[in-house]
Design a protein around this ligand. Structure first.
Ligand SMILES: [Zn+2]
Length: 287
C-alpha cells in the first residue's frame, strides 16, 4: 500500500517531506533565483522537456506576467514564487499548460511537487478572490503575517476560505456503495461526498449526503483521515460506515448511477492518491 496514513496523501503538508518552508505572507522577497509555479487562468504551466517540472532560474522570455510573483516559501532553500500570466500568453512546445487536476490524474509530478503546486493554486485562488472586499467592494490590504486581508474602506477582515466536505465509504458485508457522476471518465465510480451545510456536524453531513445521494442509511460512522483538496479549497473529511438500511434511490439531479459493488470486482476508480481511492484501498476489505 503506497499510503499508509491519510497524512501521507498528496496535497497534505506531510507530502512536502520537509522540502518546503513557508514564509510569513508579505515578507520581503530575497530577490534570489528560485522556482516559479506559473498559472495561466485555470492551468498550471510546467516545463515538459525531460522530467516535467517547475520553471527554475530566470523566467523565460515568453512569460508575460501579471506582477512580479508572490513569494510563498522556500523549496530546499530556494525561493518559490507563484506567478500568474495572462490568458492570451502562448505556451511554447516544450512546456505544457493544463488544469492541476489533470497533472494529478496523469501522475506527471512526484507527490512533493504536486503538493507544492496544490498549495500554490490555493494561495493564488485566495489572492484573486480577496483583492476586493465582498461586503463593500473596497480594495483590501494584507493583514501582516497572515493570508488574511483587511478592507481599506469598511475595515472588515477576510480570511482564506477552506470548505469542509465529508466523504464516506459505506460497506455492506463484502460490498461497497459507489456512485457515478456524469462528468467523470466513462465507467468511473467513486464514493459519496458533499459539502457541510449550515448548522451541521461532520457526522450529520456524512449521513445526510449518503442518504440524499443514494437513499441508503448508515451506522457505525468512524473518522479515518482527511485530505486537503485544492480544487479550489476543500478539506475532505473521510469516514467509513456500515449499511443500516434502505434501498438505492439514485439522486438523478447530481448522479448518473449508484450501486453496490463486490470489493473484489470494483469498477475503475480514482487514484489511491485521492482520499476516495485511498479509503477504498485501505478500508474496502473491512480493515
Ligand atoms: Zn469593505
Amino acid at each position: 500500500m503506497r499510503y499508509r496514513e491519510s497524512t501521507d496523501l498528496p496535497f497534505n503538508a506531510g507530502a512536502l517531506r520537509d522540502g518546503f518552508a513557508a514564509v510569513k505572507p508579505g515578507e520581503p522577497d530575497p530577490e534570489e533565483p528560485g522556482l516559479w509555479i506559473v498559472f495561466r487562468g485555470g492551468d498550471l504551466v510546467l516545463k515538459a522537456e525531460g522530467d516535467v517540472t517547475f520553471i527554475e532560474g530566470e523566467p523565460p522570455g515568453w512569460i508575460v506576467s501579471r506582477g512580479s510573483g508572490l513569494l510563498i516559501g522556500t523549496w530546499h532553500g530556494k525561493p518559490v514564487r507563484v506567478l500568474e500570466i495572462g490568458n492570451g500568453v502562448a505556451i511554447p512546445a516544450d512546456y505544457l499548460a493544463e488544469p492541476l487536476l489533470f497533472t494529478f490524474f496523469h501522475g506527471r509530478l512526484p507527490d512533493d511537487l504536486l503538493t507544492l503546486a496544490g498549495l500554490a493554486q490555493q494561495i493564488l485562488g485566495w489572492e484573486r478572490k480577496s483583492a476586493v472586499c465582498s461586503l463593500c467592494g473596497g480594495a483590501t490590504e494584507r493583514i501582516p503575517g497572515t493570508w488574511g486581508k483587511k478592507c481599506r474602506e469598511c475595515g472588515y477582515e477576510h480570511f482564506p476560505h477552506i470548505h469542509p466536505c465529508t466523504i464516506v465509504l459505506v460497506r455492506r458485508q463484502d460490498e461497497l456503495l459507489l456512485i457515478r457522476k456524469p462528468e467523470w471518465p466513462p465507467g468511473y465510480y467513486s464514493i459519496p461526498s458533499g459539502f457541510c451545510d449550515f448548522g451541521e456536524s461532520l457526522e450529520e453531513c456524512a449521513r445526510r449526503e449518503v442518504e440524499e445521494e443514494t437513499g441508503i442509511r448508515i451506522k457505525e460512522l468512524r473518522y479515518v483521515g482527511s485530505q486537503s483538496w485544492p480544487f479550489p479549497g476543500q478539506l475532505m473529511v473521510g469516514f467509513i460506515a456500515e449499511y443500516a438500511g434502505g434501498e438505492i434511490v439514485v439522486e438523478r439531479g447530481e448522479l448518473e448511477d449508484a450501486a453496490w459493488f463486490s470489493d473484489d470486482s470494483l469498477p475503475p476508480t480514482f487514484s489511491a492518491g485521492s482520499i476516495a481511492g485511498w479509503m477504498m484501498e485501505r478500508f474496502g476489505k473491512g480493515a
